[in-house]
Design a protein around this ligand. Structure first.
Ligand code: FES
Length: 57
């Protein structure tokens, strides 16, 4: 599922960034993938995916 349409980023890509690239919060996710740096509509959804992926670890 696409989370960030501005950058074409999927939930899979976000989970992968958390698990493999050590992303632990939205600031790091923005730096890694650009998520949230355009319209910002994806931020809440992206944040919850980061949080739930960390909890799953
Ligand atoms: Fe992510 Fe616009 S949908 S910045």
């Amino acid at each position: 599922m696409y989370v960030c349409l501005c950058h074409g980023i999927t939930d899979k890509a976000i989970k992968q960034a958390v698990r493999e690239d050590g992303v632990g919060n939205m600031r790091q996710l923005r730096e890694a993938l650009g998520v949230g740096d355009q319209c910002g509509k994806c931020v809440r959804m992206a944040q919850s995916i980061v949080d739930s992926t960390i909890i799953d670890e």
